[in-house]
Design a protein around this ligand. Structure first.
Ligand SMILES: [Mn+2]
Length: 328
């Protein structure tokens, strides 16, 4: 990446562990050779909104790097007006006409060969696999990474060198992801600068503010799980959250696991401004048609047979009722 030396750039990264580790790998490479500002989009949005664009425009840059985020075409078109654009990613997305779009998965490589953006970057920069590589992959796949024989070979090697184990690294992921769960965008943007100097798990495990985050998150989750809820139909437990944190998936899972014959239906209007998060978990007959219904309306939605997650605009609160009616 010698063409970037002596230049000014903005580094846009995903807010999760993989995004921060990928940004840290880039900082290690460029920090003393280029002037770099780290930036994460409004947490929860997989595109650049007007606030993000206004913030980015405050910086005069020659180049933009996007790490671990599949931004839509109009966001990329905006970034191209600022300077040269580089993307390092592993999500499925269209190939863009930019300076460099390094994404082996869209070039036909198997996603199991590239479990994280940190993996893509480490290979691109020709670095030996290290803690940042491994944390990125573990953050994105968690325990599912254990089934990826190819990746685990490298992970095991790195863990051996660092004298650590899988469960300890999962704890590290929990600590690193606590910032975005609390909605702390500034801290997410600062973390790659800390991670670039990390060689093993200890400094992260001993970082006091992260420990405090976990205590705060756990007590908020506890409050929500034990909070008031309505039995809407014999099979549905409905909970309207009060927390401003991004903990809806954990809260829903805990309610569902404690009530196995019921469907946990949880909504939160307090995490994303202007939007409502919805999470549904339990024995559903047709989760796919709910996902389709949301997508038809242009809302972001996804899930599996027993889990559905979606984000809807607050103007369309009625949509919650429609989804509830679809449950037996
Ligand atoms: Mn990723």
């Amino acid at each position: 990446m010698e063409e970037l030396h002596g230049k000014n750039g903005i580094l846009i990264h995903h807010w999760d562990t993989d995004g921060m580790c990928s940004a840290a790998l880039l900082l290690r490479e460029l920090e003393d050779k280029a002037t770099i500002t780290t930036f994460t989009p409004t947490i929860g949005n997989y595109y650049l909104n007007d606030d993000d664009i206004a913030d980015i425009k405050k910086h005069v840059v020659d180049f933009v790097i996007v790490a671990d985020m599949a931004l839509p075409k109009d966001s990329i078109d905006f970034l191209k007006t600022l300077g040269d654009v580089y993307i390092f990613d592993h999500h499925l997305q269209d190939k863009y006409d930019i300076n460099l779009h390094q994404n082996p998965v869209i070039d036909g490589e198997s996603p199991s060969r590239y479990p994280s953006a940190s993996w893509v970057l480490g290979e691109y920069l020709q670095k030996n696999p290290d803690i940042l590589f491994v944390l990125g992959a573990l953050g994105d796949r968690e325990k599912k990474l254990l089934d990826n024989e190819y990746a685990m070979k490298t992970v095991n090697k790195v863990m051996k060198t660092l004298d650590t184990d899988f469960d300890t690294l999962l704890e590290v992921i929990g600590l690193l992801d606590s910032n975005y769960k609390l909605g702390n965008k500034k801290e997410v943007e600062r973390t790659p600068w800390f991670l670039m100097n990390v060689q093993g798990p200890d400094r992260i495990l001993n970082k006091r503010d992260l420990e405090e985050n976990i205590v705060e998150l756990e007590s908020a989750i506890e409050c929500e799980v034990n909070g008031e809820r309505t039995e809407i139909k014999p099979c549905v437990l409905y909970r309207e959250m009060e927390s401003p944190y991004n903990i809806i998936s954990t809260v829903t899972r805990k309610i569902a696991w404690a009530n196995e014959d019921k469907i946990a239906f949880v909504v939160n209007e307090h995490f994303m401004e202007g939007s409502i998060q919805i999470y549904i978990r339990g024995p559903m007959e047709d989760s796919q048609s709910m996902i389709e219904k949301a997508k038809e309306k242009g809302y972001s939605a996804g899930g599996k047979s027993d889990v559905v997650g979606m984000v809807i605009p607050e103007e369309d609160k009625k949509f919650i009722q429609k989804i509830l009616e679809m449950l037996a």
